[in-house]
Design a protein around this ligand. Structure first.
Ligand code: ADP
Ligand code: MG
Length: 396
């Protein structure tokens, strides 16, 4: 789960990290009061969408030379004018894809006098199995280019889970970021603080880009992106409350309600499977026979008829789906339950595209009988090869 920048800053502030004062608004009428509550004379109006690259982003509805999704303003009036121009429009950034994202919320923030823009993120490094700091002096809006062109300018510091962030770790990070004087002192508290926030809130990513050194030599968190480990959210109701469902794919929200693993892809065959291994095998064999999966929905081990029906509806709700392949190996999952779920869903939502079902395992005969006697246009398949060939042929 991702949260907005203004929420991430609120969370980090709670741990004691230095962030600027700011106010989130959802209508332009609130902009004046928001800006007036800040010290000024420099304000920043920031689009709140779940995607980065906002500064360099472009609004679809505005002329090509209009300013981007993060704008400086030198007066309250200018901040209000920016808010009016930005709210409700669609921001396209390197991370949103060409469709862009509608800006429904702005964060009006106190402007900072920036001396240097640095990069600092925390993530779980799978290679070392440790939470690691990834830092660079080359922060700001082009970190992807830095990673690509000058990877030596990016330094990783892995943290020993038992020791936490030690003085030696801080010294390494400070050196990598070329911090000295008050900034280095700030680093001594900031880096352990970021680590504590990351671990205590079960984050999977905490990215501060830029972390800035201000003209007065102090550090400040100027941008913050936080993702949480979905499997740990149950123990963080306060973080779960920050979820903004308008930023998420409605099909993924529906899937998460049913505890289904749903992943959208670019092809045209929808896949219902049970188990991650079977999902991958199913997608591989679809590709082998010349098509691409549109998505897959994993119903897991012991799904109910209702859950199977929900999965089927989520798959068919994607207009890109030209055909559906149900590929189930019934171990704990019973084939008759799958068949009942599929039949119930088809009866409810109808069937506009070809459907091939391959069942194997527990109660397979009963499952096949339910499908055959349903009177629905379902093509039965004997094995994985047969199933993939049949759905690819049916889609054409
Ligand atoms: P994004 O990464 O989505 O482009 P940022 O929050 O990093 O958005 O903002 C982009 C740039 O805007 C920053 O690199 C910084 O130069 C400038 N900026 C952002 N917030 C402020 C602020 N409060 N004061 C001054 N400049 C800012
Ligand atoms: Mg940024």
């Amino acid at each position: 789960m991702n949260i907005h920048e203004y929420q991430a800053k609120q969370v980090l502030k709670g741990f004691g990290a230095p962030v600027a004062a700011g106010v989130a608004i959802t209508s332009a009428d609130e902009a004046e009061a928001a800006a007036k509550s800040l010290p000024g004379p420099l304000y920043v109006v920031k689009s709140q969408i779940h995607a980065g690259g906002r500064g360099k982003g472009k609004f679809k509805e505005l002329p090509a030379d209009a300013k981007g999704g993060v704008r400086l303003a030198r007066s309250v009036e200018e901040a209000v004018a920016h808010a009016r121009e930005m709210l409700g429009n669609t921001l396209v950034t390197a991370q949103t894809g060409p469709a862009g994202k509608q800006v429904n919320r702005l964060y009006i923030e106190d402007g900072a006098d920036i001396a240097r823009e640095l990069y600092c993120s925390l993530l779980v490094d799978r290679a070392t199995g440790r939470v690691s700091f990834v830092v660079s002096t080359e922060g700001g809006m082009d970190i992807e280019a830095v990673a690509h062109d000058t990877p030596e300018k990016i330094v990783t510091v892995a943290i020993d889970p038992e020791a936490g962030v030690t003085a030696a770790d801080v010294a390494k990070i400070n050196a990598a970021l070329k911090l000295d004087g008050p900034a280095a002192q700030d680093g001594e508290t900031l880096f352990p603080t970021l680590y504590r926030a990351f671990v205590e809130k079960d984050m999977s990513l905490l990215e501060v880009n830029p972390l800035i050194v201000m003209e007065n030599g102090r550090l400040r968190v100027l941008d913050a992106k936080v993702s949480f480990d979905g499997n740990a959210l149950f123990r963080h109701p306060d973080m779960l409350a920050l979820r903004d469902e308008t930023e998420e794919d409605p099909k993924e929200i529906e899937a998460s309600k049913w505890d289904l693993a749903y992943v959208a892809l670019d092809g045209d065959i929808g896949c219902m499977v049970n188990g991650a291994g079977l999902a991958m095998a199913t997608m591989d064999i679809i590709k082998l026979y010349g098509k691409e999966p549109a998505n897959f929905c994993d119903v897991g081990g012991g799904a109910s008829k209702e859950k199977v029906a929900a999965a089927f509806k989520i798959i068919t709700a994607d207009p890109a789906v030209q055909g559906i392949l149900v590929n189930i190996f019934g171990g704990i999952m019973r084939c008759d339950v799958i068949a009942e779920g599929v039949v119930a869903a088809v009866k409810e939502v109808g069937l506009q595209v070809p459907l091939v079902v391959r069942l194997e395992g527990t109660n397979v005969e009963l499952g096949k009988k339910i499908l055959n006697e349903s009177g629905l246009a379902i093509t039965a398949a004997d094995d994985l090869d047969d199933a993939a060939q049949k759905i690819v042929a049916a889609v054409g």
